[in-house]
Design a protein around this ligand. Structure first.
Ligand code: PGA
Length: 251
């Protein structure tokens, strides 16, 4: 059996109900293209849109996810402003992004991420765990050390759940900048992550790339065997850009 290729849209703090038509267009395209059954297409939307998505996309090939969830409890409680794993599950979501650098920048820590992973898995949500180094760390050759630590701290207490976790390597300096690490560097970095995970956890976990992915650079990533898909921010907002990414990848 072929492993999956993940195309995960991260809409961040963008989109209103009217923008769901972009997802309808992607859905239509995927229905037409029957020969890409290894593709797993996920839209991680703001909380405000997940309920709309549930009623719009019944029995769709497209799956949905949140971009974070509460570290307080997996269920319900007096936590003003928080959304729990159970609530996200009730909205029909299959996935959640956790540990995105933009959430880490707001105070999300490795400890909280560890807890959130547990809550997500408890509610049968699959986790897309984001890791990545800053520009300063990259320049100081600290990239792998940083990523290794983030992965270890997120997974060490979640060893039994590894089948439901995907790692997204997202260098912070690449997010939204149009700058993408070069192919050889990335190929080597993916090998290092894969070896580390295999050694520490005796398991192969799919590794995705995120950071300025577009229809222009997507074919470069095909050279990286270990890259099992993409977390796509800016280029996932408009159906044409997102469809062009899928088209150019499979061409
Ligand atoms: P970008 O964002 O594609 O806009 O660089 C990716 C991400 O932050 O997940």
């Amino acid at each position: 059996m072929h492993s999956k290729n993940y195309f995960i849209a991260n809409w961040k703090m963008n989109g209103d109900a009217k923008d769901l038509q972009n997802i309808s267009k992607v859905e239509k395209y995927l229905k037409m293209k029957k020969n890409i059954e290894d593709l797993e297409c996920v839209f991680c939307l703001p909380f405000t849109l997940l309920g709309f998505a549930k009623s719009h996309f019944k029995n769709s090939q497209i799956k949905f996810g949140s971009q974070d969830l509460s570290c307080k409890t997996a269920d319900y409680g007096a936590f003003t402003g928080s959304i729990s794993a159970q609530m996200i599950k009730n909205l029909g979501c299959k996935y959640t992004i956790l540990g995105h650098s933009e959430v880490r920048a707001e105070g999300d820590t490795d400890k909280l991420i560890d807890k959130k992973i547990r809550f997500a898995i408890q509610k049968k949500l699959k986790v897309i765990l984001c890791v990545g180094e800053s520009l300063k760390e990259f320049k100081n050759k600290k990239s792998f050390g940083k990523v290794k630590r983030q992965i270890y701290l997120a997974l060490k207490n979640n060893r039994k759940s590894l089948n439901n976790i995907t790692i997204a390597y997202e260098p912070i300096w690449s997010i939204g900048t149009g700058i993408v690490p070069n192919d050889d560097y990335l190929k080597n970095f993916f090998i290092k992550i894969n070896d580390f995970v295999k050694k520490k956890f005796k398991k192969k976990i799919p590794i995705l790339y995120g950071g300025s992915v577009s229809h222009k650079n997507i074919s470069n990533f095909k050279k990286i065997d270990l890259c099992k898909g993409f977390l796509i921010g800016g280029a996932s907002l408009k159906s044409k850009n997102f469809i062009d990414i899928i088209k150019n990848y499979y061409n």
